[in-house]
Ligand binder design. Structure first.
Ligand SMILES: Cc1ncc(COP(=O)(O)O)c(C=O)c1O
Length: 368
């Protein structure tokens, strides 16, 4: 059997007629930049999340930049975040001249450990960027209590979590600005790069709208130093089709995750692997289904064996950010964030997409 990790090919087949017609319409209208489809998508994103404002942009990375620029993050400011995430979360902080301040992760959820945040807050701290890793929201009530108490802003990097919920509501409602990515392999992906920022606060939304187009408030009049960070109309047209089916896709991802966890429960009992833990009152968008392989050196051997059996796996992420060469100037070293370091040595993502059949899941679990 040959398993497809994200199975984008199958998804295209499934929605082919609608997606190809939408692309053709944009090609024929030639409204490639900020066409009607972009505005429609922004309305659809608001409806989906019940948010007041959605602003699409060129990637999840630019979404983070827009969010921090809207909050006026400047050189010398400190932003608290997790070391166990994709580089973009902390890279954008550094790009703006601010300082990423890392806090270790929770051993169960792999998200930022909210109990360790307060010890890192200084007079220079301006915001927290919480990442909903693998699609699962952080402990948002505790985070809100901290940001309120210390008057900090909260950005949620939801690049992996579009559609996830906390106490029945979208994560947008628990932060100042929510950012997401439409990179093709994300739960809601387009056919290239794309992203969005969502915010209930109108002031931030207005500013991000301008920042996305070189800070302009009127054609060729620039209120802010901004970015060229628009989403292409063609990508918006594709996303409008995919968003129509997204509730269904999310439900299927949740089913797949449940089946994996049930089928792996014996191995979990024997403590050979650890399956994902969801905190109460949350739903995950299941960008990844990542397990931990406890025995040292076994993960790489398993990956090799699975590859031979036609099962692709991936490691999200093999090196925490505090140990990356580009962040050496921050002065962190090995041992500073033991949980993130341990998890990065043990974590392994299994194929995850809405279309994995029972037969494929049994085959993957059997080989594992
Ligand atoms: C947590 C996280 N933040 C930010 C990004 C950046 O998104 P993009 O690739 O769309 O720039 C990603 C994408 O992999 C991500 O996983």
């Amino acid at each position: 059997m040959k398993i497809d990790f994200a199975n984008l090919r199958y998804q295209h087949e499934l929605y082919k007629d609608e997606i190809e017609a939408a692309i053709l319409k944009v090609a024929r209208n030639c409204n490639f930049i900020m066409g009607d489809e972009v505005r429609e998508l922004e309305e659809n994103l608001c409806k989906f999340t019940d948010a007041k404002n959605a602003i699409t942009c060129s990637s999840g990375t630019d979404a983070l930049l827009l969010a921090m620029m809207a909050l006026d993050i400047k050189p010398g400011d400190e932003i608290i975040t997790t070391p166990f995430t994709f580089i973009a979360t902390a890279e954008t902080i550094a790009l703006l001249g601010a300082k990423p301040v890392f806090v270790d992760i929770d051993e169960k959820t792999y998200n930022i450990d909210v109990t360790k945040i307060e010890g890192k807050i200084t007079p220079k701290t301006k915001a927290i960027i919480a990442v909903s890793l693998y699609g699962q929201p952080c402990d948002l009530e505790k985070l809100n209590a901290i940001t309120k108490n210390y008057q900090l802003s909260l950005i949620i990097d939801g690049a992996q979590s579009f559609g996830a919920t906390y106490k029945g509501k979208s994560e947008v409602h628990y932060c100042d600005i929510y950012t997401t990515s439409f990179f093709p392999a994300k739960p809601l992906g387009c056919y290239g790069d794309g992203g969005a920022v969502l915010a209930n606060n109108d002031k931030f939304a207005q500013k991000m709208k301008m920042l996305r187009i070189h800070g302009q408030n009127k054609r060729y009049h620039h209120k802010y130093i901004g970015l060229g960070a628009r989403l292409d109309t063609i990508q918006a047209a594709i996303l409008n089709v995919k968003l129509k089916h997204y509730k269904e896709d999310l439900a299927l991802r949740q089913e797949v995750a449940k089946k994996y966890s049930v089928s792996l429960s014996d191995e979990c009992e024997k403590k050979e692997i650890i399956t994902p833990t969801l905190i109460p009152h949350t739903t995950s968008a299941w960008a990844q289904y990542s397990i931990r392989v406890k025995e040292e050196g076994k993960r790489e051997k398993l990956q090799e064996k699975l590859k031979e059996a036609g099962i692709p796996t991936a490691i999200h992420y093999p090196m925490p950010l505090h140990l990356q060469e580009c962040f050496a100037y921050l002065g962190y070293g090995k041992g500073d964030f033991p949980i993130a370091e341990k998890v990065s040595e043990e974590i392994m993502s299994l194929p995850m997409n809405p279309y994995l059949s029972d037969e494929e899941i049994s085959y993957i679990v059997g080989q594992l």
